[in-house]
Write a protein of this length. Sequence first.
Lengths: 210, 210, 270
Amino acid sequence: MDIKNIIEAALFAANEPLSIAEIQDLFLLEDRPDKHRVREAFVQLTRDYAEKPIELVETASGYRFQVKSSYSPWVARLWEEKPVKYSRALLETLAIIAYQQPATRGEIEEIRGVSVSTNIIRTLQEREWIRVIGHKEVPGRPALYATTKEFLDYFNLQTLADLPPLASLLDMELSVSGDTQLNLGDDSPIHEGITHYEKTPSGEHSTDSL
Amino acid sequence: MDIKNIIEAALFAANEPLSIAEIQDLFLLEDRPDKHRVREAFVQLTRDYAEKPIELVETASGYRFQVKSSYSPWVARLWEEKPVKYSRALLETLAIIAYQQPATRGEIEEIRGVSVSTNIIRTLQEREWIRVIGHKEVPGRPALYATTKEFLDYFNLQTLADLPPLASLLDMELSVSGDTQLNLGDDSPIHEGITHYEKTPSGEHSTDSL
Amino acid sequence: MQKTPTLIESGQQSLVWVSGKPFYELPDDLYIPPDALEVFLETFEGPLDLLLYLIKHQNLDILDIPVLKITEQYIEYIDLMQNLRMELAAEYLVMAAMLAEIKSKMLLPRQLTEDAEDEDPRAELIRRLQEYERFKRAADDIDALPRLYRDNFLVTAELIVDKMDKPVPDVELESILIAFQDVLRRADQFTHHHIQREALSVRERMSRILARLSDGNEEFVAFNSFFTRAEGKQGAVVTFLAILELCKEGLLEIVQGEPMSELWLKPIIE
């Protein structure tokens, strides 16, 4: 297969800009093009699409195809009065952040059992329903997400405590005791937490999360 | 602006197949191309992309660009997760609904010889591959399941008639009563199904929203 | 199929003619090491699937099943499962009963009438097997169809417009709850998540405290400043728990200049 064609296909299929390194990773080691070759493909593609209504652009995080802005008056009508529905994945991510905040992406993924796309996080941030309120002190220092005032406003809530109680819908299914992640009835784990922390200020409890 | 270019831009920007009507709606009344003109654009676009790694295809709900499947080995590497493999139980259930629709759970169980788990039905509904289109007028009023446009879109089909043909039953000299199975060549089975439920207006679309 | 006969062949070594072909020994399809039985059971989608397997693997004609033979094999298999106390779906037993019934009917002298409609006792079974087989094949066919995200990928190009121009979807609070409920139900399959309402307010407080710690310009914020009289005892408890929990998760540090002096909170951030 032609390297340029593979790159072209990947740029079209990806939902986000692709960096040169990400593009190189598409290939098995023995076929991996060097940076030069990838850049060359970009140049060719830019030329290929010169006459078309879309163009290859470079953004901060890589390259992507986008519709030439002169077409937006027509294309934007696709969304007129027809807001796209949020995906289930997005709603689930939002729900987890709302009920389990602050939560890292890893924690969300662990609960959902699948990875959370950058797109979803971005959409929620753009909508100003979630924001980063810190970073967890574990390797990689992942961002901790929490809901915002705008989120509460949108849903007409005074505080998060006004979120519908889970109990009403979950019935017995979840009342299985088992290991609590935040056991309020019993102080011991928390005290332990402090003792621990005094010796090892960070990281110690990285696995406590969900 | 060239009509073909606008259509091309819209097909690229949309995340789902676009129907001819949706494409016509992109234009203001005075510029609106007729169906003929839109179709012509599709033909031209198909030709334009013949040599490219992407192609214009028609599915149940309209036209979309997709990556040619010969590139999927590379493109699939963009996602770490492997595509889901569906269980045989799920595929068999889906196959029975696809070919015998509308079908009740009881009918599916009768064919498979085992009970159908609620999980499977729910998964199929969550994927929006099947939906309840009515209830059979027998005791218990079981739900009648049928496949959706999304199912066809997902599997690159335009109509149910594009499904691979169902193997025919071998003749037994044992003379099995000639109970007919539904023919997929036309829409009649679905219409038949509808006659069943038109009498019972309530609840029939309750699951439409899925 | 020239494997050695195994535990099921007991007492049945005679040469059998099936569809005009001689069979010298029983295939050993039925012999499975006991520890593999469970896996084996899972590979079958039910009694029809198992029967089809037995038939196919012996090249038998589905239209002319040697009921005696199949029934014995099937029942042998079921017995084996039961001896090993494997959880067997009821359908398997129903099928065993049905086979036994067919077998007994076959053994009875057929009423020699010209009544051709007098069905072969096997007819219903054969019909069901055939019916099942075609859908089994259809399932394979569907699985082989090119499908999205495995064989095909959607092509998109970004449209840059004022983001405001794209209307944002409306979401109902209820749908979030439902989404979360689904998540929990799924998650519950692997682990027990104990979620309680009380936790929520602590969680919220944790977010607020963290936000305040990271928003402020000061490196340290007074511990006391997080407690307000207006919130009462309960508020204080919640705040206290939240601070402890944050501490436990390594998100903040509680600092004290000297014994008995004021406590300060410091975010462990950047």
